[in-house]
Ligand binder design. Structure first.
Ligand SMILES: O=C(O)CCC(=O)C(=O)O
Ligand SMILES: [Fe+2]
Length: 970
C-alpha cells in the first residue's frame, strides 16, 4: 500500500497518519470514580457532599441507607424493566433490580446546583465533551439491587432529546454490598467499576459516566444492597461544529493540510473520466468510533474522539467535511422449520451475550466476541447460528448497504445520499488490502434484528441491521466533481449556497462603505435568486474577488450544471431533472449576478442559454416554475440569443406543452417584446403551422432561430417546420379546455394573439367536433363579448352553432311515444323489436329453467342504467316457478323525459346564442320558420311545425288487461 491508484505515492497514508494524530487528546468513553470521590484523580479534588434525599410517601431518607429505610424503599419501588426494541420488557434474566421513578425522589437543590453540577463538569472533562456548560444531568431513576440483582450487557437508549450519556451516582448503604461490577465496553476496550469497594463508607460518593452507545453491564450483587441514582446526561443547546483543541494540534493540522495537497495533486494528475462517475479516489470515508442514530447524528453532538477528529477535519480549509449514517441490512433464511423465535427469546437464550468470566483488568483490550452469528462445522459444511436466538442460518437472501442520512455542515443534504458510498473502496486506509471488509466496518454485532416468520411464499427469515456513522471528506477544490456524481440536485445546493454566501459578503461590504453609491444601494434589494438586479457591475469582476476564495468553485459548479443538463442519459446517479424544481432553480442560479459577472460581457448568459437549450431538447419544460424562471431570466439577461432560444422552445413544444407555452407567452415577468414573439410563435405552431407572414406573429426564430434549431431530436413528435393547415396538426390535437383557454387570448389578449383570431375561428370551424367545442367557446366571456361586438369571425362561430341548434329545434318537441327506436338488446331480437315498437308491455317466457335465472336476466338487462346505456327505458320483473318462470317488461317514460329535457336545453341554448347575436325572435317559432322554409324549398314535409298538438293516437296510455299477451319464444 505504498502508492495510490492515482500514481502519487502516499497521499492516503499521509492522510491516515494525520487523522491518527487527532486521536491523541480525546476523552475516554467512560469515567469512573471508585471509592471516595475526594480521592479521585479525575475529580477536582473537592470533597463531594452527599445529597439530602427524600422520597414521596416516606419523607427524608438518611444516608448511608439503613436497614429500615432500605426495606421501605424496596417496597415503594417496582421491578425495573429494560428496553427491547420499541417496548420495555420485564425479564429478571436480563435485569433484576428495583426502581423508583425520578418523580418519587427529591434531591436537595443545593446538592444539585453545586455537587451534581461539579460532578457533571468533571464527567464532561473526562469524556471530552465540548461546550460542557450546556450539559445537564436529569435524574432518571433510583435503583436498588438486592443479592442476585444485575443488568446484562446493553446500551442505553437515548431517552430524551439531547441525551448522549448516562451518569450513575452510587449512594452509601450501611453494610455495603459485594459483587456488582459495572463493565463498560467500547471499541474493544473495557473499563471496570468495582462498585463494592467502599460502598458502605458513610461519606463515600462513587460515580461513573459513559456515552450511552457504549455497551455496559452490571454483574451480580452477591450480598448486601446497592443503591444508585441514574441520571441522563443531556445537552440542552445544539452543539456547534466541533473545533479542534486550541493547542497541541498544530502538528496534526499541518500534516493534514500537506496530505490534502498531495491528494489534490494526485487527482489533478489522473484523468477525470466520465462526467457523472465518481472516481474511486475522489473522496474518503472515516468510520466514527461511537454509535449514532438518525436522530442524534450531527456535527454538534459528536462524542469524544469523534468530535476531536471531525474538529480537526473541519478546521482544514482545503477539505469539505460531511457526516453520513450508513446502514447494512443482511437477511438470512432460517433452517429449522420448527424453530420459534419468540419461544427461544422468552427462554432467555442469550448466554452468548453474557460473559461472566471475571475479566477484571481495567482498560484491557477485549476480543469482540459477542458476535451476531457464530460458525460451526458440520460434516464439512459451515453452519451459522444466531447467537441471541440460536437459530440456524441458511442462505443469505441479501446484503445491502444504504445511506440513511447525509449531513453537511449546513444541515441535512439528501441529494448527496445518491452517492451510495461503497465503504469497501472509499474507507480511509481500507483500499486494496482487504482491511475494509464490509463486516469489519459495520462491526460484528447487529444493532437490530428482525424476524419474519413464514409468509405466503417464503420461509422464515432473520434480518440484521448494522449502522455505522462515517465522516466523509474530499478536497474542496474537487467539490463539483463529487457533486456531479450525486446529480444535479447536489450541484445546485452547492451553487445556491455559494451565491448566498456572496450575497452575505456583498451585504457586509455595503455596510462597511456607507458613502458612495449608498442611495443606489438602498434602492436595490440584494440579489435574490428569483429577482436578480439588472446591473451586475456592482457584483465585482468575478469569483476571484470573493473573500476567502469562496468563489473558487463557481466556474466548476456552473459548468457541472451545463454538463448535467446535456447529460449522457441515465448518468444522473438517481437524480433527474424531472424531480422538483430543479430546472427553475438551475436557471435562477445561472442568471444570478455573480454568475453573470463571472461570464463577463460577451459570454454573458451563455450558461443560461446552454441550460435552456439542453433542457428544451429533452422536453423538460413541464413545470410551471421553470416557465416563470425562463421569463425572469429573459428579462434579467436581455440577451437576443436567449430570447431566440425561448421562442424556438415555444415553437417546438407548442403542441405537446400548450399550457406551458401559453403561460410563457403571457408571463408578466417576460419582456413585452418577447411575449409578442412568443404569442406569434405559439399561434403559428398551433394553427398556421409555420405559414409565414401572418401579421404580428410571424417570427423566423420560431422555426429556426436560437441555437437549438436542429429539430431532429424533438421528442414531442410534432414537426413545427411543416406548414399545418387550419384545423389540422397542432390545433386538431387540442383538448376542449385548451381551445377555450386559447380563445380568451385571441379574443381579448395581447395584440400578437388577437392577430390570430381569424385563423383561430377558421380552425375551430374546421374541426370535425366543432359542435362540441362551440357551446363552451360561446359561453367564454371574451368570445361572447366579441360576438356581441359583432366581430365578424367570432360571429361566424355563433352562426354555426345557431344553425345546428335551429335544425334540432325545427324538428319539434319530442312526441310522447312508447317507441324507442334506438333500443339495442343483442341476442334477444324479439325483445329488441318490442322495445323499438309501439307496445308498452311484453311477457317473455320459456327462456329459463328456474326463476333465479330469469331474475338474473332481469338484473342484467333491466338493472340500474342498463337500459339507458342501450337506448331503452323499461322495468322488468321475474315471476313464475321452475320452467314456467317468465318476465314482464313494462316501458316507462324516462327516455322520453330525457329527450324532452335535451330538447328544452337546445331551445334555451339557441335563445342564448341568438341573444348574443342580437337576434330577438322567439326561438321555437323562428327556428321552425327557418326550417319549414328550408323544407319547403327542398319539397320535403318531414316535420311538424312546433306548437302543434302531438298525435295522442301514437301513445297508448294504458293497455286493457285483457289485451296482455304472453310472447313465448321457442
Ligand atoms: O446500576 C448501574 O450502575 C447501571 C444501571 C444501568 O446501566 C441502567 O440503568 O441503564
Ligand atoms: Fe444502562
Amino acid at each position: 500500500m505504498a502508492s495510490t491508484s492515482s500514481g502519487s505515492p502516499g497521499w492516503q497514508e499521509r492522510l491516515r497518519d494525520a487523522v491518527a494524530l487527532a486521536g491523541s487528546q480525546h476523552g475516554s468513553f467512560a469515567w469512573i470514580v471508585d471509592g471516595n470521590y475526594e480521592k479521585s484523580e479525575c475529580g477536582s479534588g473537592a470533597e463531594r457532599r452527599l445529597p439530602s434525599l427524600s422520597v414521596r410517601g416516606m419523607g427524608p431518607v438518611t444516608l448511608p441507607l439503613g436497614r429500615e429505610s432500605a426495606a421501605a424503599l424496596l417496597s415503594a419501588g417496582s421491578p425495573a424493566p429494560y428496553g427491547h426494541g420499541l417496548s420495555t420488557v420485564l425479564d429478571p434474566e436480563v435485569r433484576r433490580s428495583t426502581q423508583l421513578d425520578a418523580a418519587e425522589v427529591e434531591l436537595d437543590a443545593g446538592w444539585r446546583e453545586e455537587e451534581l453540577a461539579g460532578i457533571v463538569a468533571d464527567a464532561c472533562a473526562a469524556l471530552g465533551v465540548r461546550s460542557p456548560s450546556s450539559v445537564r444531568a436529569h435524574l432518571y431513576k433510583l435503583l436498588l439491587y438486592e443479592p442476585g440483582g444485575h443488568f446484562r450487557p446493553h446500551r442505553d437508549t437515548e431517552k430524551e432529546p439531547g441525551m448522549f450519556g448516562t451518569l450513575v451516582v452510587q449512594l452509601p448503604v450501611a453494610g455495603g454490598h459485594e459483587g456488582g461490577e459495572l463493565r463498560v465496553r467500547h471499541a474493544g476496550q473495557v473499563r471496570v467499576w468495582r462498585t463494592a469497594a467502599g460502598s458502605q463508607e458513610p461519606a463515600a460518593l462513587q460515580c461513573a459516566a459513559f456515552y450511552a452507545d457504549c455497551e455496559h453491564e452490571l454483574t451480580m450483587i452477591t450480598s448486601g444492597l446497592r443503591a444508585a441514582l441514574v441520571f441522563n446526561l443531556v445537552r440542552t443547546a445544539p452543539g456547534a461544529v466541533p473545533r479542534p483543541p486550541p493547542q497541541g494540534h498544530t502538528g496534526a493540522a499541518e500534516a493534514l493540510m500537506a496530505a490534502v495537497r498531495a491528494w489534490e495533486a494526485a487527482l489533478a494528475a489522473a484523468p477525470e473520466g466520465a462526467a457523472a462517475r465518481l472516481r474511486p479516489d475522489a473522496l474518503r470515508a472515516i468510520p466514527l468510533v461511537h454509535q449514532y442514530t438518525e436522530t442524534n447524528l450531527s456535527f454538534g453532538r459528536l462524542k469524544g474522539r469523534d468530535a476531536e477528529l471531525v474538529g480537526l477535519l473541519c478546521d482544514c480549509e482545503a477539505l469539505e467535511v460531511h457526516l453520513a449514517l450508513i446502514a447494512r441490512n443482511v437477511s438470512y433464511t432460517v433452517v429449522d422449520e420448527r424453530w420459534e423465535y419468540e419461544r427461544r427469546k422468552r427462554c432467555g437464550f442469550s448466554d452468548a451475550l453474557y460473559d461472566d468470566s471475571g475479566d477484571d483488568d481495567e482498560d484491557e483490550d477485549e476480543d469482540d466476541e459477542e458476535d451476531g452469528d457464530e460458525e460451526d462445522r458440520d460434516g464439512g459444511r459451515e453452519r451459522s447460528y444466531d447467537s441471541e436466538t440460536g437459530a440456524e442460518l441458511e442462505d443469505c437472501v441479501w446484503d445491502r448497504v444504504t445511506t440513511q442520512l447525509w449531513l453537511s455542515r449546513q444541515g441535512p443534504e439528501e441529494e448527496l445520499k445518491a452517492l451510495e458510498l461503497d465503504l469497501t473502496s472509499v474507507t480511509l486506509g481500507g483500499c486494496g488490502d482487504g482491511e475494509a471488509q464490509v463486516g469489519g466496518i459495520f462491526g460484528a454485532k447487529p444493532d437490530r434484528r428482525e424476524y419474519e416468520g413464514y409468509t405466503g411464499n417464503t420461509g422464515p427469515e432473520l434480518a440484521y441491521w448494522y449502522y455505522r456513522a462515517v465522516v466523509v471528506i474530499w478536497p474542496r477544490a474537487r467539490g463539483a466533481e463529487v457533486r456531479t456524481a450525486a446529480g444535479v440536485g447536489a450541484v445546485l445546493v452547492a451553487l445556491e449556497r455559494l451565491l448566498a454566501e456572496r450575497d452575505r459578503q456583498l451585504q457586509q461590504l455595503q455596510l462597511q462603505q456607507p458613502g458612495g453609491d449608498e442611495a443606489e444601494a438602498a434602492g436595490e434589494p440584494q440579489h435574490q435568486a428569483s429577482a436578480p438586479p439588472r446591473d451586475p457591475g456592482k457584483h465585482g469582476k468575478g469569483p476571484e474577488d470573493w473573500e476567502g476564495g469562496a468563489g473558487d468553485q463557481l466556474p466548476q459548479l456552473v459548468a457541472a450544471v451545463g454538463r448535467l443538463a446535456e447529460g449522457r442519459r441515465g448518468a444522473f446517479a438517481g437524480e433527474s431533472w424531472e424531480r422538483g424544481d430543479l430546472p427553475a432553480r438551475a436557471l435562477r442560479a445561472l442568471v444570478s449576478p455573480p454568475v453573470l459577472a463571472w461570464e463577463g460581457g460577451a459570454g454573458r448568459g451563455a450558461s443560461a442559454l446552454r441550460l435552456l437549450s439542453a433542457l428544451a431538447r429533452s422536453g423538460a419544460v413541464r413545470s410551471g416554475s421553470f416557465i416563470a424562471a425562463i421569463a425572469s431570466a429573459a428579462s434579467a439577461l436581455s440577451v437576443p440569443a436567449f430570447d431566440d432560444a425561448v421562442v424556438a422552445l415555444v415553437a417546438r413544444q407548442a403542441v405537446s406543452q400548450t399550457e406551458r407555452c401559453l403561460q410563457l407567452a403571457t408571463e408578466a415577468a417576460a419582456p413585452e417584446e418577447l411575449r409578442g414573439r412568443l404569442a406569434g410563435a405559439l399561434m403559428e405552431a398551433l394553427i398556421s403551422g409555420g405559414d409565414a407572414g401572418s401579421g404580428g406573429g410571424g417570427d423566423a426564430a420560431a422555426r429556426g432561430g436560437g441555437d437549438d434549431s436542429s429539430g431532429s431530436d424533438v421528442t414531442d413528435g410534432s414537426d413545427v417546420g411543416e406548414p399545418v393547415g387550419a384545423g389540422n396538426g397542432g390545433f386538431a390535437a387540442l383538448k376542449l379546455d385548451q381551445v377555450v383557454t386559447l380563445s380568451k387570448h385571441v379574443c381579448a389578449g395581447a395584440a400578437a394573439f388577437r392577430a390570430h383570431l381569424p385563423a383561430f375561428c377558421a380552425a375551430v370551424l374546421g374541426r370535425p367536433d366543432c359542435q362540441a367545442l362551440l357551446p363552451a367557446l360561446l359561453r367564454e366571456a371574451a368570445v361572447a363579448e366579441a360576438v356581441r361586438a359583432r366581430e365578424p369571425h367570432a360571429t361566424r362561430l355563433a352562426e354555426a352553432r345557431a344553425a345546428e341548434l335551429e335544425a334540432v329545434v325545427a324538428r319539434g318537441r319530442p312526441v310522447p311515444s312508447w317507441e324507442q327506436p334506438e333500443a339495442r338488446l343483442p341476442g334477444y331480437p324479439q325483445v329488441e323489436a318490442f322495445l323499438r315498437g309501439p307496445e308498452k308491455r311484453m311477457v317473455l317466457a320459456g327462456l329459463w329453467k328456474r326463476r333465479p335465472q330469469a331474475q338474473s336476466w332481469v338484473d342484467q338487462h333491466f338493472g340500474c342504467c342498463a337500459g339507458t346505456r342501450n337506448g331503452y327505458s323499461a322495468t322488468a320483473r321475474a315471476d313464475g316457478v321452475g320452467t314456467r318462470a317468465y318476465v314482464t317488461i313494462v316501458k316507462d317514460h324516462r327516455l322520453h323525459g330525457e329527450r324532452v329535457r335535451q330538447y328544452e336545453q337546445t331551445v334555451a341554448e339557441l335563445e342564448e346564442v341568438r341573444a348574443l347575436m342580437g337576434d330577438s325572435r322567439p326561438t321555437e317559432a323562428a327556428a321552425a320558420a327557418v326550417q319549414s322554409g328550408a323544407d319547403s324549398a327542398a319539397g320535403a314535409s318531414r316535420s311538424r311545425p312546433a306548437g302543434r298538438p302531438s298525435k295522442r293516437a301514437n301513445v297508448p296510455k294504458a293497455e286493457p288487461r285483457s289485451k296482455r299477451r304472453r310472447t313465448s319464444s321457442t
